[in-house]
Design a protein around this ligand. Structure first.
Ligand code: GDD
Length: 318
């Protein structure tokens, strides 16, 4: 089976490549990269995957990719994925995420091929959620609070529209927060874990700098998330949208406490106003019943294990 992963050098993309190579027999994995994409996440499997240099914002580049490789599965994971950057670079976020998605759909349609396509959407699409709306089902209204959230609504609705208009075999997944080893430094679990490890190694004073600790998020281990992506295309229904969530919420403060407890360091917590967002989604806890019913997926890795693995990952690199 010929599988294309956009964003293969990224966090979820690299874990998905690992999952496919380890668990799916007879698979050829192709991944898009941009020139200068850091390759640390996939260096260990470099000789088992093929890279295609592609700019998803460039329609001709995507058309050539799809025409040449004729994928049977497409996992569209490439995105500007950091919420904070979406306020600093809203146009770039919208262009990469929305235009990049249209370019893939158009390239597939014009090539006359019928791959199954997963579009990695996000719980950020739900945005502001009332306390009596959790756990959030797929039918909840979308009230995105960042340009990133809006860009993901755009991807999501385009996928729906291309399914309806042209019968594209698309499944949309709204992943709630996912984390684990290789998560970029700017995301909360990595950011806090790095600071804790720096305290362990006496590279910084016993102090952790934070933003809003009151937000509540629903975390899944990335290794469970990428298994969900695979199942979404194998067992999910064409045109459908699915939450991928654990169903459990943790405040960000609780996550810091857990990291500190696993490490055993003693730290002072300092809030940096520069880390507060113009609007932060206060509460995201997902209802995963629809996805479980259609695919049999269950999260398997406990969150404490994930946090412990993240600390180990950074201990090896700092
Ligand atoms: N990054 C960061 N750094 N976040 C902090 C900090 C900090 O120092 N302190 C508190 N937070 C809070 C943020 O305000 C937010 O409420 C929460 O921690 C999580 O922040 P991120 O890890 O940056 O993730 P996110 O929730 O904004 O977005 C992630 O999840 C989405 C799914 O809901 C990203 O992975 C998105 O790409 C993904 O779609």
């Amino acid at each position: 089976m010929r599988v294309l992963i956009t964003g293969i050098t990224g966090f979820a993309g690299s874990h998905l490549a690992d999952y496919l190579l380890d668990n799916v027999g007879d698979v050829e994995v192709f991944g898009t990269t941009r020139w200068r994409s850091p390759t640390a996440n996939i260096d260990h499997i470099r000789d088992r995957i093929e890279f295609v240099e592609t700019d998803l914002r460039d329609a001709s580049s995507v058309e050539e990719l799809v025409r040449n490789f004729k994928p049977e599965r497409v996992f569209h994971l490439a995105a500007q994925s950091y919420v904070v950057t979406s306020w600093k670079a809203p146009t770039e976020t919208i262009t990469t995420n929305i235009i990049g998605t249209v370019n893939i759909f158009e390239a597939v349609r014009r090539a006359g091929i019928t791959p199954k396509i997963l579009v990695a959407c996000s719980s950020e699409e739900y945005g502001y959620v009332e306390p009596d709306e959790v756990p959030i089902t797929e039918d909840n209204p979308m009230r995105p609070l960042s340009p990133y959230g809006v860009s993901k609504v755009g991807q999501d609705l385009l996928a729906y529209q291309y399914f309806k208009s042209f019968g594209l075999d698309v499944v949309r997944t709204r992943a709630f927060n996912h984390t684990g080893p290789r998560r970029g430094r700017v995301f909360v679990c990595s950011d806090f874990a790095i600071q804790v490890v720096e305290v362990e190694k006496k590279l910084r004073p016993p102090e952790v700098t934070v933003g809003n600790l009151d937000a509540i998020r629903d975390f899944t281990d990335v290794r469970d998330t990428v298994r969900a992506y695979w199942l979404a295309l194998e067992k999910g229904k064409k045109g459908e949208v699915y939450n991928i969530a654990s169903g459990t919420g943790h405040s960000i403060g609780e996550i810091l406490d857990k990291l500190v407890a696993i490490s055993g360091v003693d730290v002072e917590v300092v809030q940096d106003p520069a880390r507060l967002r113009p609007s932060d989604v206060p509460l995201l806890i997902g209802d995963n019943n629809k996805f479980r019913a259609d695919t049999g997926w269950e999260p398997e890795i406990h969150f404490d294990q994930t946090l412990s693995d993240i600390l180990d990952y950074w201990r090896e690199r700092i």
